[in-house]
Design a protein around this ligand. Sequence first.
Ligand SMILES: [Fe+2]
Length: 381
Amino acid sequence: MTPTANWSYPTAIRFGAGRLSELGEACRTADIKAPLLVTDKGLANLPITTRALDLLEAAGLGRALFADVDPNPTEQNVAAGVQAYRAGGHDGVVAFGGGSGLDLGKAVAFMAGQTRPLWDFEDIGDWWTRADAATIAPVIAVPTTAGTGSEVGRASVITNAATHEKKIIFHPHMLPEVVICDPELTVGMPPAITAGTGMDAFAHCLEAYCSPHYHPMSQGIALEGMRLVKDNLLLAFQDGQNIDARAHMMSAAAMGATAFQKGLGAIHALSHPIGAVHHTHHGTTNAVVMLQVLQFNKPKVRRPLARAANYLSISGGFEGFCAYVKDLNTQLGIPATLTDLGVADPDLDTLVASALTDPSCGGNPVKMTPSNTRKLFEACF
Ligand SMILES: [Fe+2]
């Protein structure tokens, strides 16, 4: 039977098939009377978005939509969203979609009342204290993929269109007030997106698990998240209508993003600049570089991943874990190299420099340097 539950860790999550129907009630819980639904261009005209707008309208909350959001949302998207929010007299945001819709929705709610520019709030030191917290609008987050986990996060990834860098905008109050995790919203995802987003969730769990920072709770969540992916991603990939597999993947996505407060690592440090410059799919890019990163980190992760392999019923310790990842990628149709993914004429100097300034880099168990990161990129091509 598909599980149904109410969770308050780390935010209030209404989890279960069909629970999108509680959208109006969720808005009332957050004291939102005039929400702006923010989603990406691809979702704007899909039936699930129309249904969400119908539900808002039926609850007397209007049906305002902002969907001018690129796959890798930029500061221009944020500015246009804030303009729509202010012009419409809104008092909260329904962030609806995959990573781009959720991150943009959270960024619009955050920026709605700020007077400083977006980049002043990059996740560096205590820059978040520059924000006027009292003006941050409440957010209802409704994921329609199972990968990013942004619905439980306190940050947004926004691409600087001028420098092609992905920047993390952070504030503790960016945490959505209510999350609706309804696996029925993910059944329409095509297999390639199911694979890519699912591998993003797996990468979050894997990198959080391998990060050297001390956080036993995240460690446990990451390990069980990997198990849920192992037991369910292929099922969801092969049969998109399998609502139980979809539900477990939705849990794994929220768990991955909960766990990565422990840290990410080289998979994301490489994937972010590749995605920002070459516009590749984030989760698929993670999957492509995953095996090379595992080998790169082998001296530090051999033992912990042998322990994880035991828990995951994978034989052969660290090497068995790597063989499992290789086999999973093959079954999911993930390209073997970045070249196969379509990344042509890479500017390695720029990619290496961006990887080394990416915030994920600090959580990698092996210290990343200009020379070893260059070799790692070369191995991925
Ligand atoms: Fe990710």
